[in-house]
Write a new protein. Structure first.
Length: 318
């Protein structure tokens, strides 16, 4: 989708995607567990997005997010790292501290390195710092690291601190690694991002192994899943009907249940798909059909269990 098409679609978003909201007196607050912050005007530059990205290459800061999110009932968000640079952990914390719509940050530190624990203890002093991200990103490989005792020891230490491991960009190899990690570090809460959009293996044996890994992860109570990046592009088009995504959502709900699924928008990366409210309305339609109790868990209560974030604004739930 080019920039002109995207802007045209955004302008018509309210007509194309009618808001699916609860009555005002029974509104369910929403905590978005997956946004990214960066500032393209920083003189030192940034590793992502690149300058040739016509949609993403503009400042993505809390004030811009708030203008999009608040009218849709979103009252808080967790920032997930968008840079492997150690100093950017502090930059995100400093930006987050200035806007109470941000309830937590997930940083970027590398377990198994000599200064991991020192850096973790440094950032952990800030209550907004809720964990780290590691997976298929920044040329890292969780599966390959699981044979390294120091790496496992550091992740066990991460679990002892009460912080979280977010994983990045799932594929079958990563899911298999998360199963093994959950056994080696059973005290570590793990959050799998973007699982709805993961390509399912087509070869029979690989598909069987993938489904077995999902079932195993479903048995690990410390493993949570973000129902994020739900939208998919098929033959150049992005289906907008829930019926297209229903089977995949039903599968994940059946495996992980109502207590371990989280809402995440992936903003502003989601701008490459459809306007923000398109993805939100899709999951609203799915989860509200399951009743208020389930919807509350998905839209905010499970995020407290997963991340242990603290309320910063009167609009945010206890």
């Amino acid at each position: 989708m080019n920039r002109r098409d995207f802007l045209a679609l955004a302008a018509g978003a309210s007509a194309t995607f009618p808001s699916l909201t609860w009555r005002q007196d029974t509104a369910i607050p929403i905590i978005d567990t997956h946004i990214h912050l960066f500032d393209t005007s920083r003189p030192e530059g940034l590793p992502w997005p690149t300058k040739n990205d016509g949609i993403l290459y503009q400042p993505a800061l809390p004030d811009r997010y708030r203008k999009i999110a608040e009218p849709l009932g979103i009252v808080g968000a967790l920032v997930v790292e968008a840079s492997p640079l150690p100093d950017d952990n502090q930059w995100v914390l400093d930006v987050a501290a200035k806007d109470n719509i941000i309830v937590g940050t997930i940083g970027n530190l590398e377990p198994g390195t000599p200064d991991f624990r020192q850096q973790l203890e440094r950032f952990q002093r800030n209550p907004l710092f809720r964990g780290i991200r590691y997976g298929n990103l920044w040329n890292r490989n969780l599966s390959a690291q699981l044979s390294m005792p120091r790496f496992i020891s550091d992740l066990q230490f991460l679990g002892q601190t009460g912080l979280v491991l977010d994983t990045a960009n799932p594929n079958p190899t990563l899911l298999d690694a998360i199963v093994r990690l959950a056994d080696q570090a059973p005290n570590l809460r793990v959050v799998i991002d973007h699982l709805p959009q993961m390509a399912v293996p087509q070869e029979a044996a690989s598909r069987k192994n993938h489904e077995a890994d999902l079932q195993e992860l479903g048995k690990r109570p410390q493993v949570y899943v973000k129902i994020s990046e739900v939208l998919r592009r098929v033959d150049g088009k992005i289906p907008q009907s829930l019926s297209f995504y229903q089977d995949r959502l039903d599968q994940l709900f059946g495996i992980f249940g109502e207590d371990r699924l989280l809402y995440g928008s992936d903003w502003p990366n989601s701008d490459q798909w459809l306007p923000f409210n398109a993805g939100l309305n899709l999951v609203k339609e799915y989860f509200t059909a399951k009743g208020r109790t389930v919807a509350e868990k998905y839209f905010w209560k499970n995020s407290v269990a997963a991340y242990h974030w603290k309320k910063r604004s009167p609009l945010q739930p206890e």
